[in-house]
Each structure stands twice: as structure tokens, then as C-alpha cells.
Design a protein around this ligand. Structure first.
Ligand code: SF4
Length: 189
């Protein structure tokens, strides 16, 4: 469907009127906003709706970021974190070392561990599973959010397990949610 807009400013003004008067937007309005590059106006309108619905309430969770290893087989162009195995500064923490680090740095407000890291092919899939299990056993009340979908794909390759089996194994060990990012890698579409 092609939407022909002769006057984008007028159309945006009409949409703004609708939003301010609580009138539901049409499908065509949605397409117009999707294609518009006027992000500041769209952001302002979205903020108006958000304030109307939610006031100034903001929710957040205090988490602790953990990086088990910086050894990585990938070479993402933007990455300044990865190292090769044996390279100066490379590390792979054992579950015990990770627990010791967390014991030393955690405080009562932390309600989530956020865990990502390198795709280290020099340790088996079990290493990643047991790291999660050790953390969950030590801190059963802290939610474990771990691994991007890119890591799930990596675990599948090094273990020979399907994505489902990888996820079930990690969940059995204590994984409760994945981190964002990389999910497109799990589907050709
Ligand atoms: S997968 Fe992660 S750690 Fe590895 S190179 Fe890419 S961004 Fe860096």
C-alpha cells in the first residue's frame, strides 16, 4: 500500500490533534508515522500520551553486570572487549572465581544479574551452564538474565544441541530470561 502525502506537516498536525483529543489513530496514520523522519515530533506526542497515562512514574531494576569471559571467537567490528585465548588481558573466570567476585561486590539492592560475554570455544557448553547454576544456588533470589540469542546460537554449535535443548538446559540450571539483542540470528526470516 502506498500512502501519498502531499503535505506531511498538515498530516502530522491532524494526527497531533487526534492524539490531544484522545481520538484513536487510523491504520493510515500509523503508516504515516512509521515512514516519517520527524522523530522529535513523534517523540513529543508519544511523551504526551505516556504522561497522560502514567504520569511521571518510572520503573527500573538495579542489576549487576557480569562477564564470565572475554575470550571470543567472533570479531565484531565495533568490539573493544574481546581477546584471543592467551592474549594479554584475556580471562575466563571459573564459577568459583565469579562467586567470589560477586560476594565481594554485591549489595542488597541488586535484584538481577545481567550476564553476557565472549563466545569462548575453549570451554565446553557445560562451563556456561555450571556458571549459571553456581550463581543461582548462591543467590536464589536474584533473577538471572543471561546470554544474547547470538550466544544461544553459539552454544548450539559447540554442544550439538538444538536451540530448544540449549535453552532448556540453561533454564534447568537457573536461567530466567535472555538479554536483549541478537534474536534475529535465530530465524532466517
Ligand atoms: S560476540 Fe560479543 S564479545 Fe565477541 S566480538 Fe562480538 S561483541 Fe565482542
Amino acid at each position: 500500500m502506498t500512502l501519498v502525502t502531499t503535505n506531511p506537516d498538515r498530516q502530522m498536525a491532524e494526527i497531533a490533534d487526534k492524539i490531544r483529543n484522545g481520538v484513536r489513530l487510523s491504520f493510515e496514520d500509523g503508516l504515516f508515522l512509521y515512514r516519517s523522519e520527524d522523530l522529535l515530533t513523534i517523540g513529543q506526542l508519544a511523551n504526551e500520551v505516556n504522561l497522560r497515562k502514567n504520569g511521571k512514574k518510572v520503573y527500573f531494576i538495579e542489576n549487576m553486570s557480569l562477564y564470565f569471559t572475554n575470550v571470543c571467537e567472533a570479531h565484531c567490528a565495533f568490539c573493544n572487549f574481546r581477546k584471543d585465548q592467551g592474549q594479554e588481558g584475556s580471562y575466563t573466570l571459573s564459577p568459583e572465581e565469579m562467586i567470589a567476585y560477586v560476594d565481594q561486590h554485591i549489595h542488597p539492592g541488586v535484584r538481577e544479574f545481567h550476564i553476557v560475554g565472549g563466545h569462548n570455544p575453549h570451554v565446553p557448553f557445560e562451563y556456561y551452564v555450571e556458571s549459571i547454576r553456581a550463581l543461582k544456588q548462591r543467590y536464589p533470589n536474584v533473577t538471572i538474565k543471561a546470554y544474547t540469542a547470538a550466544e544461544i546460537d553459539f552454544f548450539s554449535r559447540i554442544s550439538g544441541k538444538s536451540y530448544r535443548e540449549v535453552l532448556e538446559t540453561l533454564m534447568e540450571a537457573g536461567l530466567e530470561t535472555l538479554t536483549g539483542g541478537g534474536a534475529e540470528i535465530l530465524s532466517q526470516e
